[in-house]
Design a protein around this ligand. Structure first.
Ligand code: BGC
Length: 750
């Protein structure tokens, strides 16, 4: 059960949720789990196929547009729909919402990377059939989405007809009333071409404004009796006689786009079609790829099997969503839906990146390279925002320009620049890659350090940063947000440190490249040393910002269940005027840069902020789980972890239909590895401080670190460390240095 997810519901709400849960992707393309034949007219579906980073731009409409508000917004486009296959049994349409469903099994095979939908059905006129749809989006051939349909007539069926479509007339999904979903501009692509050339069906679309094109080239394993092209839809009919065993049709769709494949997307698609293998072979390839992935990425827990399933499901979707080509990143909803319009946020760096960093550093690097490719946009944005120097990364974007229209909870989240710097530093700590440090890390750190020096100022002996928003989007535009200041301090400290580490040639190089002066480096050090980190003497906690603690506490007792998430029911100002947090803020800073504070401050802060946090954002539970584990609040750590591991599976935020919550999925890995195993990545290597959670019985996982693969196994009394690959390694177990020899399993009590 833990490697499979069965989803057999047929009610409207759950069908939409299942479209996200059973979405397939490979970081390049993503296809929602729609039914090939649709649901009929009475039920709604969000039918979607996406290419990571393939987007259009639309003009943002403002009532009042002030200086440097972004003009355009990028939006991930829904592209050519190749899912369609209708089946007719002697002209009776196969449809699960009519006739009688004798048996229905719909499964996501997490270990094998495909979905199956097995139906045993009797039509209203008594025709009986078994139909099986298998589909996969290939990891080894990134452009390929394939469907195999098997029809087995059982009773009263003479002829089987399949009508398969490739549809270039597609729109995006819109929904009014939820700011997390696109509310207008449904039409993002226009039809370019739809034709049949030999064995190939070719559909091409182009974006309205960004001048991008995508093509889908489709082939079939059977010969069509008729192919019709009508208004951008290619419709192929396949006729079969019943009686000689199962009827099989395989449909292979190759997607290409101008961001990756050059201008002639059709020719490239046709070339790729020529190299394809049989469906059975594709399944074998897929399994091989996933075996390699799971060897390192899997985390095993004993005890609650539902949690184990949640963990694997979440890690699988991270793999399905992550851009692996430096052209793209990982969207807040991955490639499973249109919520947040395919935008990349800080979710990547703070919540998702560590998983890839420590299980697949190559993929992690590609995420960094994507951010690096947007550095010029960030430099321009900093200028636009009135800074003399530096780089201000956008709150939400696809290719680099700021796409956030609501600046208090958007552009004002300056912390994203420090978050990105943080992830570059983490990569360096894990790989010790010196050429990466010289070629990329230094530049990103220096440009972001410049931003902080330009944004803040010295006053009364402190370096202060005014008018920014921290992670908590229920408290906006504040002075000295503790999280922002802590992360900026880390950013500045490291910028100074890395400057010292550069050799003379590298120093001259970067000085020339970005016009750096030595005086600036000293200013970074000064800003870091004097960074103001607000602290309340009275409560012994870090203040979220200068005014948070003086506000009125939200009346939680008189807020009903239906009023959550508060953002859908209260004007932002109402929220800003209260002590109420949407998500972890100070508590998150204590996780990421724990050495800035003593443990008692961290504990008191946790106790305080927990009471005023709604967790209306899915980015919250995992952080509270990690910090509860650190502080020895085991029951809470486990409880918050439960919310994290099954958030989408159980639709806990009630919006899984709009796509999966990727940051929370990354948070699942963080909660296990950083929470229960107590991992911290420091300059002197890996530190572990495990905490016992009886419910798990056992927890084991692998991580990659500086060329080694380390296996960590935790039981309720012991922890075992084994270097599985690579040289000996020094780690810290509860503060004590330990030398691990290759292959030797060292055990400790804790
Ligand atoms: C959260 C942000 C997050 C965004 C995208 C919002 O609800 O408050 O922190 O970046 O969702 O996941």
């Amino acid at each position: 059960m833990t490697w499979k997810l069965a989803k057999n519901e047929l009610d409207q709400d759950q069908l939409l949720v299942n479209e996200s849960l059973l979405a397939l992707g490979n970081g390049y393309i993503g296809v929602r789990g729609n039914f090939e034949e649709g649901y009929g007219d009475d039920l709604k579906s969000i039918r979607g196929t996406y290419i990571n980073a393939f987007h259009d731009e639309t003009k943002i409409k403002y009532g009042e547009k002030l200086y440097a508000f972004p003009d355009q917004q990028q939006k991930l486009a829904n592209v050519i729909d190749a899912q369609g296959i209708d089946i007719f049994l002697d002209d009776e349409h196969f449809n699960l919402f009519e006739g009688k469903v004798v048996n229905f099994n719909r499964t996501l095979h997490i270990d094998e990377g495909y979905t199956s939908r097995e139906v045993h059905w009797v039509s209203p006129n008594g025709r009986e059939v078994k139909v099986n749809f298998n589909r996969l989006v290939s990891f080894s051939r990134k452009e390929l989405f394939a469907i195999q349909v098997t029809v087995e007539p059982i009773r009263n069926v003479q002829k089987v007809k399949m009508v398969s479509t490739v549809n270039g007339n597609v729109t995006n999904y819109v929904e009014k009333g939820d700011p997390r979903v696109n509310s207008e501009h449904a039409k993002l692509v226009a039809l370019g071409d739809a034709r049949v050339v030999g064995d190939y069906r070719i559909v091409q679309v182009s974006t309205m404004n960004t001048n991008l094109s995508a093509a889908c080239v489709t082939s079939y394993t059977a010969k069509a009796s008729e192919s019709i092209v009508d208004s951008g839809v290619i419709r192929d009919t396949f006729q079969f006689e019943a009686g000689s065993g199962p009827i099989v049709l395989t449909k292979k769709n190759v997607y290409t786009d101008t961001l990756r494949h050059g201008d002639d997307v059709v020719s490239r698609g046709v070339e790729l079609q020529r190299e394809l293998a049989s469906f059975d072979h594709l399944l074998v390839e897929q399994k091989y790829y996933l075996d390699e992935f799971w060897k390192i990425a899997d985390i095993e827990v004993q005890g609650d099997q539902r949690l184990q399933q949640g963990i694997r499901f979440n890690l699988f979707h991270l793999l399905q969503s992550v851009g692996k080509d430096s052209v793209s990143n990982i969207a807040a909803k991955g490639l499973s839906g249109e919520g947040y319009e395919g935008h990349y946020f800080w979710d990547t760096e703070i919540y998702i990146f560590p998983f890839f960093l420590m299980t697949n550093p190559e993929m992690a690097k590609s995420l960094l390279m994507h951010r690096y490719s947007t550095l010029d946009h960030a430099r321009n944005r900093a200028k636009e925002m009135g800074h003399e120097k530096g780089a201000l990364f956008p709150w939400r974007t696809i290719t680099g320009p700021e796409s956030s229209a609501f600046f208090p909870a958007g552009t004002a989240q300056y912390h994203i620049s420090a978050d990105i710097a943080y992830s570059f530093i983490q990569y360096y700590l894990v790989t010790k890659d010196v050429s990466f440090m010289q070629d990329y890390l230094a530049e990103v750190l220096f440009e972001t350090a410049r931003l902080w020096v330009d944004t803040g100022h010295m006053k009364d002996g402190h370096f202060r940063i005014d008018n920014v928003t921290g992670p908590d989007e229920y408290t906006c535009i504040v002075n000295n947000n503790f999280y922002t200041n802590s992360m900026a301090k880390y950013n500045l400290d490291w910028a100074y440190k890395i400057y010292q580490e550069l050799d003379d040639k590298a120093k001259t190089d970067i000085q020339d490249r970005i016009g750096l002066e030595v005086g600036e480096v000293l200013a970074w050090k000064e800003a870091a040393d004097y960074m103001y980190l607000p602290y309340s003497e009275k409560l012994g906690i870090n203040e979220q910002d200068d005014t948070f603690l003086s506000k009125k506490v939200w009346d939680f007792d008189n807020t009903s269940e239906e009023d959550y998430p508060l953002l859908l029911n209260y004007h932002p100002l109402t929220l800003y005027r209260h002590q109420v947090c949407k998500q972890a803020d100070t508590v998150l800073a204590h996780f990421l840069v724990e050495d800035h504070q003593d443990e008692e401050t961290i504990r008191r802060s946790y106790d305080y902020y927990e009471k005023v946090t709604t967790h209306d954002s899915s980015l919250s539970y995992c952080v509270f789980s990690i910090m509860a584990a650190k502080l020895g609040y085991k029951e809470k750590a486990y409880r918050y972890f439960n919310e994290t591991a099954r958030l989408d599976l159980d639709n806990l935020h009630k919006n899984t239909k709009d796509g999966l919550h990727m940051a929370n999925m990354g948070g699942t890995w963080l909660a296990l590895v950083y929470g229960f195993a107590g991992l911290r990545l420091k300059e002197d290597g890996l530190h572990f401080s495990p905490v016992v959670v009886e419910e798990f019985g056992q927890l084991s996982f692998h991580i990659k670190f500086q060329g080694r693969t380390l296996k960590v196994e935790l039981s309720d009394k012991f922890v075992h460390y084994t270097v599985m690959e690579g040289e000996s390694l020094n780690i810290h177990h509860i503060g004590k240095g330990v030398q691990l020899e290759p292959g030797q399993r060292k055990s400790f009590t804790y």
